[in-house]
Design a protein around this ligand. Structure first.
Ligand SMILES: [Zn+2]
Length: 75
């Protein structure tokens, strides 16, 4: 999968950042690169391995770019 992460980061609203992850909210309905549906949030994993503490049950699409995992959430 080819993810244009530069364009994604320019379009999305940064929400949360810690040592392990950085998250962005998709306020402008950017299409998910994996499935083509607009996603809710993008979580970029900065550490490998990383554990995600998800509070909700979500459908996820995952891609990798530049050795980082990009997780697209769909509620
Ligand atoms: Zn998707």
């Amino acid at each position: 999968m080819d993810i244009d992460t530069e364009e994604l980061r320019a379009s999305l609203t940064p929400r949360e950042e810690n040592e392990a992850i950085k998250s962005y909210q998709n306020t402008v309905s950017v299409a998910c690169p994996a499935c083509g549906e607009p996603f809710d949030d993008l979580v970029v994993c900065k550490q490998n391995p990383t554990s995600l503490d998800l509070s909700k049950r979500l459908d996820l699409c995952v891609g990798v770019d530049d050795d980082k995992a990009y997780i697209f959430t769909h509620s």
